[in-house]
Design a binder for this molecule. Structure first.
Ligand code: SAH
Ligand code: AVI
Length: 313
């Protein structure tokens, strides 16, 4: 497998930096160790979590439109591929994909997924790559001898800040041989639909959020008491984003890598933003990164959008 896992010294230094300043925060990329990846798969099946089933239906319904942007013999590069469930719709419904290159930060989960896919698609070359898409991946993951189509589903773009998203889209535009970018984006909708999607009755999203602390205990020799933090999901309308936080239920001190971090009762760690878009904000983001939206398709209820971007010039 290409690439390398993120070293634990990065995790430690980011944790100490993120928890050592006010307000406390962590990048959502640290959710995804093997347990986090499995918990995310459980989230995708929750009744409240509409994005996965909605995007899946769009991909199924619009497969012929999407196929028009995938040249014969193309390599399909997926960013944040996870369990590659939606990818199967593209591999099944679009003929002539020569290579599938899933890229993810969750190394073991990526390896297992790629092996399962190779069994199911023996004629497609699998080229998994462990990488952090927030960094300038060099050399670019594209294959030089064929057209490359990039797939970034799930609205994972919404987990990036506006600047990070434009940087990523601009970098991908400059990867050699990229002819199109298929982007999934969640749309703005009422808070009474959005909040339960991130605060489900079964508590799976809470467990996913708390796994960030459990992971620090496992990997950084931290001593978080998971019972002393609670999951919080809120809609920040001004920033058009769902925010996830972990709220300390009492005054407490936690040790990470030998350093003491104090929490006041009610203080939170901001662990994730999940931005929600409109067709207008999507167009603007694409334009700022040198892309043009060639197609924008949604479901009948306008919950989720799939955009096909092509280079602006
Ligand atoms: N594409 C799938 C999974 C989305 S979950 C779907 O649409 O259902 C987000 C995925 O992105 C996870 O698999 C996670 O491991 C990966 N990921 C998150 N941050 C990442 C980063 N900075 N670099 C690479 N992969 C990342
Ligand atoms: C991966 N990403 C798009 C998910 C989202 O909806 O922002 C992660 C997630 N967080 C809580 N539930 C799902």
């Amino acid at each position: 497998m290409d690439g390398a896992t993120l070293p634990n010294c990065d995790f430690l230094s980011e944790a100490l930096a993120g928890l050592g300043t006010a307000p406390k925060s962590m990048s959502p990329k640290w959710f995804y160790d093997e347990q986090g990846s499995h918990l995310f798969e459980q989230i995708t099946k929750l009744p409240e979590y509409y994005p996965t089933r909605t995007e899946t239906a769009i991909l199924r319904d619009q497969i012929d439109t999407l196929a028009g942007y995938v040249p014969e013999g193309a390599a399909l590069i997926e960013l944040g591929s996870g369990a590659s469930v939606k990818t199967r719709l593209l591999l099944d419904g679009i003929g002539g994909i020569s290579t599938y290159r899933p890229l993810d930060i969750s190394a073991q989960f990526l390896q297992d997924t790629a092996e399962a896919l190779q069994t199911d698609y023996p004629d497609i070359e699998m080229r998994p790559m462990v990488a952090d898409f927030m960094t300038d991946i060099a050399p670019a993951p594209t294959l030089s001898d064929r057209p490359n189509v990039v797939f970034f589903p799930g609205s994972t773009i919404g987990n990036l800040t506006p600047d990070q998203a434009i940087t990523l889209l601009s970098r991908v535009r400059d990867w050699p041989g990229v002819t199109a970018f298929i982007l999934g984006a969640d749309l703005v909708k009422p808070a009474d639909v959005l909040v339960p999607a991130y605060d489900d009755a079964a508590g799976v999203t809470g467990a996913f959020n708390l796994n960030m602390l459990a992971r620090m205990n496992r990997e950084l020799n931290a001593d978080f008491d998971l019972g002393a933090f609670e999951h919080v999901a809120l809609w920040n309308m001004g920033c058009s984003r769902i925010e996830m936080h972990l709220r300390s239920t009492c005054d407490q001190t936690v040790t990470i890598g030998g350093r003491a971090i104090t929490f006041k009762a009610g203080e939170t760690i901001h662990t994730e933003n999940s931005r929600k878009f409109t067709p207008l904000t999507l167009r603007d983001m694409a334009r700022q990164a040198g892309w043009r939206i060639a197609e924008l398709v949604t479901d009948p209820d306008n919950l989720f959008a799939e955009a096909v971007l092509i280079p602006a010039k």
